[in-house]
Design a protein around this ligand. Sequence first.
Ligand SMILES: [Zn+2]
Length: 104
Amino acid sequence: MKQVGTLNYLRNSNLLEIVWLDGRSLQIEGQKLRLACKCGDCSSDRQRDLPPADAERAFRVKAIEAVGSYGIRLFFEDGHNRGIYPWRYLEQIGDMDIERRLPI
Ligand SMILES: [Zn+2]
């Protein structure tokens, strides 16, 4: 697995930026992060094709918390904070096309 060097949230452009120790970087839109959230609530919303109620705030990141060396937990501005994002999953999301159906 790739090692994480630095992690930034670019508030103005609403992008999470991960810089790996090998110098490569990845930017993921807030919307994509939220739509890829794997918590039970978001998974069941996706199964029913329900978008987040407050999309404006749902797609913006308020805070980031480390989850050991495993990954991060994201706090969204609409109060949602149940999503845990392993580094490996973030790498996968980064490569995904947002138009494509995200995994449930
Ligand atoms: Zn969620």
